[in-house]
Write a protein that binds this ligand. Structure first.
Ligand code: THU
Length: 134
């Protein structure tokens, strides 16, 4: 099975567990990391709307807590009729743990429909080098 097929399977599983009772828009995201592991998550909404979190944020947290720091591929799928593009905040989150080769796959329920590099979706990233400690 190809990596992207495994990612799709995990993202769909995550999406099916999404807690999206306010928008009814379920999202699943899964990451293939540099350490060759797969992490996935869904969106988790809240009655206090701004407290909700995106699927990508959860998948990135799962990767980080396992000691991985690099996204090799990330796949996003949703319950909507159209492909889900990561929101601006999630592009920024992805950019923190990506490099120029990181792939962003957008999938429907059965297959990857589009694949991008981060720069395609976010030509410029906030990256103030002076904030780095080293
Ligand atoms: N959502 C994500 O999970 N990822 C995105 O990149 C875009 C939006 C979620 C947040 C909210 O729970 C629902 O989709 C509707 O905005």
């Amino acid at each position: 099975m190809e990596i992207k097929d495994k990612l799709l399977k995990e993202a769909i599983k995550a999406k099916n567990n999404a807690y999206a009772i306010y928008s009814n828009y379920c999202v699943g995201a899964s990451i293939y990391s540099e350490n060759k592991k797969i992490y996935s998550s869904c969106n988790v909404e809240n009655i206090s709307y701004p407290c909700g979190t995106c699927a990508e944020a959860g998948a990135i947290s799962a990767m980080i807590v396992n000691g991985d720091r690099k996204i090799v591929e990330i796949l996003i799928t949703s319950s909507g009729n159209e492909l889900v593009y990561p929101c601006g905040a999630c592009l920024q989150r992805i950019s923190e743990f990506s490099d120029d080769n990181t792939l962003i796959h957008l999938a429907d329920n059965t297959k990857v429909c589009k694949t991008y590099k981060l720069k395609d979706l976010m030509p410029h990233q906030f990256n103030a080098k002076e904030l780095a400690n080293d």
